[in-house]
Write a protein of this length. Sequence first.
Length: 84
Amino acid sequence: MSILAWIVLGLIAGFIAAKVVNRSGGSLVLDLLLGVVGAFVGGYLSTRFGGPAVSGLNLMSIVVATVGAIVVLVIYHAIAGRRV
């Protein structure tokens, strides 16, 4: 999968994850960037633990990337919330 497809998938996953996490006062741009990171994390963890590989812009890849993005956003908001 090309890096451009990973970025597009991450933006989609980041948008969905931002709506699921639903933190008020958060930056949409930051949530989208963390979603891209989450897509990489979700894809890595999925293949590492024997799950489906992220193979393109399909439904399973979006689910895996969204789960990774939710994990990254929850961790980020937990850490950032403690600093404030």
